[in-house]
Design a binder for this molecule. Structure first.
Ligand code: AMP
Length: 287
């Protein structure tokens, strides 16, 4: 595995891989790697028996542009030594670890990418500027790496919808793929931010996924009223945890549009604070 923090070096290496006829795959991350991140490397392997035809670029960049002023940019967990080992073991070909200076040499970029509508609510309304920061850095990464494919995790489902929309609207020649959420044994969605949880919070956190599963069962049993299902989730979380609910929403899965009745493909998404730690989770349901 090659590792570089420089855009030029990355471009040289990707160009060589292309000359060798390889398919370039990008997996953007903020590091502090866990099985959720590494499952995307595994997913590339499953895409084709001929694993050698892929050139897998993983980026690790804690992007200041996507953090609000009162968010956790400064304390976001980082461990590049461990990440390098895990990426190598997983089969990453090139690890791109740019500095803030390398990505934003003149300070925060003057050009921003704004994806309207799909960023209006859910995490968008609670984290102003977040998706602008995400869309801007991901378009930079797309332009730097010029990948054929890019993987995003279902854990951040709204982010996936935003990137899909951006790629479509701006005709970016990359195929965006969704990787399923990887969970701890007790159901908690893996997240670098889980490291912030106190023992008692960690113990309660799996209730989020259980409440989502219960909602899915309710829908499978015939319930179609969005408010009934949301209320059921709310009750379970308030009864069984000290978590503070930020939102519980059920939306059309393709464009996150509001609905009153459940039909077709929907996403049930929530954000809950445990102490100062904000956890998100979601499931996709089809009726
Ligand atoms: P992050 O490092 O949290 O910015 O995540 C980088 C990428 O990994 C994003 O596309 C995430 O959606 C994805 N990801 C994070 N956690 C998980 C998980 N538990 N399962 C699957 N993908 C994940």
């Amino acid at each position: 595995m090659k590792i570089t923090e420089y855009i030029n070096t990355l471009r040289e290496n990707v160009a060589v891989a292309r000359e060798q006829g390889k398919t370039v795959v990008l997996i953007p991350t903020m590091g502090f790697l866990h099985s959720g991140h590494l499952s995307m490397v595994e997913a590339v392997r499953k895409q084709d028996e001929d694993y050698e035809k892929f050139y897998i670029v993983m980026s690790i960049f804690v992007n200041p542009l996507q953090f609000g002023p009162n968010e956790d940019y400064d304390r976001y967990p980082r461990n590049l030594v461990r990440d390098t080992r895990l990426a190598q073991e997983a089969g990453v070909d090139l690890l791109f670890t740019p500095s803030v200076q390398e990505m934003y040499p003149d300070g925060p970029s003057l050009t921003r990418v704004n994806v309207a509508k799909v960023t209006d609510d859910l995490c968008g309304s609670h984290r102003p500027g977040h998706f602008e920061g995400v869309a801007t850095v991901v378009s930079k990464l797309f332009n730097i790496v010029l990948p054929d494919f890019a993987y995003f995790g279902q854990k951040d489902y709204q982010q996936y919808v935003v990137i899909k929309q951006m790629v479509k609207d701006l005709n970016i020649p990359v195929q965006v793929l969704l990787a399923p959420t990887v969970r701890e044994e007790d159901g908690l969605a893996m997240s670098s931010r889980n490291a912030y949880l106190r023992p008692e919070e960690r113990r309660q956190a799996p209730v989020l996924y259980r409440s989502l599963q219960e909602a899915a069962q309710l829908i499978a049993g015939g319930e179609r009223d969005v408010n009934v299902v949301r209320e059921k989730i709310r009750q379970r979380i308030t009864n069984e945890t000290n978590g503070k609910i930020e939102y519980i929403e059920i939306r059309r899965a393709d464009n996150l549009a509001k609905i009153e009745r459940i039909s077709g493909a929907v996403v049930i998404a929530l954000a809950v604070y445990f102490g100062s730690t904000r956890l998100i989770d979601n499931i996709l349901v089809e009726v």
